[in-house]
Design a protein. Structure first.
Length: 120
């Protein structure tokens, strides 16, 4: 069983109270046919280092970060985080004769792909 809460001190405290109440209610009513003999265990299926980011539809520059914390078993916390910027391609200045030098060194072959593509 898990309780999902915003990652704030207040939500963590309130979430623990709510989670404990849910677990207690299920354990006290195990004989109820709806539970089919199962009991509630806080935080039994996710490991203590669960992390997941999902793009926010409301805030395009943000992701919703979900994570667990070993100090709060049975809790999943969420918060908005800035999207990590993707590295951009950069222009690089090279000497004027760099291409000619690379051709002479056998590092660049120009025109071969065009010739092969034209044959097929």
């Amino acid at each position: 069983m898990y309780e999902l809460k915003h990652d704030t001190a207040y939500s963590k405290a309130r979430g623990q109270v709510q989670l404990n109440a849910y677990v207690k209610a299920i354990r006290e009513n195990e004989t109820d046919k709806r539970y089919k003999g199962r009991t509630a265990i806080p935080g039994d299926s996710l490991n203590a280092i669960f992390n997941c980011d999902i793009p926010s539809q409301r805030y395009p520059n943000k992701v919703i970060h979900y994570h667990t914390d070993a100090e709060y078993p049975g809790m999943i916390f969420w918060s908005y985080e800035n999207r990590k910027k993707q590295p951009q391609e950069e222009m690089v200045a090279v000497p004027k004769d760099a291409l000619e030098w690379a051709k002479n060194a056998g590092l660049v072959v120009v025109g071969v792909v065009a010739v092969i593509a034209g044959v097929f």
